[in-house]
Design a protein around this ligand. Structure first.
Ligand SMILES: Nc1ncnc2c1ncn2[C@@H]1O[C@H](COP(=O)(O)OP(=O)(O)OP(=O)(O)O)[C@@H](O)[C@H]1O
Ligand SMILES: [Mg+2]
Length: 271
């Protein structure tokens, strides 16, 4: 990547727990890396992040170490010293792992995390950010920076759908450009009495991607620490995740990212 060029940031977000954010983030990263891009995956589920487990990583450094170093000497910090490499076959990417301890995660400085992600953006073609299911200052800051927000939902219970609607309306009220939000329905064919088309009507949006329920494939990939786009490539689930990547597997323009980072809620809050 030429010096000064910014990579593309995907943030994977939801308004409900356990909808598949981490599985999707890991596999977007893996597929982009498989396509030959330089990719960094950041686990910003600071307290309960799962990426280290989903990929069977044994990190020597975490985001908490990076944050401590940045507090002392921000300009001297090399992000590469705080990343954990992941290798599987022809897939290689780096991971910014969540803190080891809950108490480290609790008090992290959001502006330093933002600076870390901005630095990674200068070094990587793609930065994939996994998040928690809340409208937190950290998540909003990431959504501001992002080129693409993957808003993941499930059609299971009424409260999940209510929160999806609230989330979607809130993103709109906060002024996020609708073209950067992709609506992703996960576990679409799970047993449920609720019809996805009714949910689309409630949301006033069509799902851009519909990922099937595939317990065995998802479970196997977590059990063996292997992205499913690698080991279960022939499944419908892998194919749909690949489709999420194929459409955007090209570096975003700086203009787009500047527009996004100036237009978001977090920047307006502190301007
Ligand atoms: N399409 C799918 N089919 C079957 N199981 C799935 C699918 N997607 C995710 N899962 C399973 O659902 C569980 C939750 O997935 P995941 O951890 O990715 O969700 P999450 O949104 O990151 O959760 P959290 O809110 O706890 O961070 C995992 O056990 C995963 O294997
Ligand atoms: Mg998760």
């Amino acid at each position: 990547m030429p010096a000064g060029t910014k990579g593309t940031i995907f943030t994977v977000f939801s308004t409900a727990y356990a909808v598949g954010k981490t599985l999707i983030a890991v596999n977007i990263a893996a597929e982009l890396a498989r396509d030959g891009f330089k990719v960094c995956l950041a686990d910003l589920d600071l307290q309960f992040g799962d990426i280290r487990y989903y990929l069977k990583l044994e990190p020597e450094m975490t985001i908490a170490d990076a944050e401590r170093a940045m507090q002392n000497n921000p300009n001297e910090v090399k992000m590469s010293n705080y990343l954990t490499p992941f290798h599987s076959g022809n897939i290689h990417f780096d991971v910014l792992v969540n803190p080891d301890l809950l108490e480290e995660a609790y008090n992290m400085d959001i502006s330093l995390i933002r600076t870390m992600i901005e630095r990674l953006q200068l070094e990587y073609d793609y930065v994939i950010v996994d998040t928690t299911s809340t409208f937190s200052a950290l998540n909003l800051s990431m959504m501001d920076l992002s080129t693409i927000i993957d808003f993941v939902g499930l059609v299971d219970f009424i409260p999940t759908i209510k929160n999806m609607k609230r989330g979607s309306d809130t993103l709109k009220e906060l002024g996020y450009d609708d073209t950067k939000i992709r609506y992703v329905l996960n576990r679409s064919n799970a047993r449920t009495r609720i019809d996805a088309s009714d949910v689309e009507q409630i949301l006033g949006k069509h799902f851009d991607y519909v990922l099937p329920n595939d317990f065995m494939t998802a479970q196997k990939s977590i059990q063996f620490g292997e992205p499913l786009v690698q080991k279960s490539r022939d499944t419908e689930l892998a194919r749909e995740i690949c489709r999420m990547v194929d459409k955007y597997a090209k570096p975003g323009t700086e203009e787009e990212q500047d527009k996004d980072s100036k237009g978001g809620f977090f920047s307006r809050l502190f301007s």
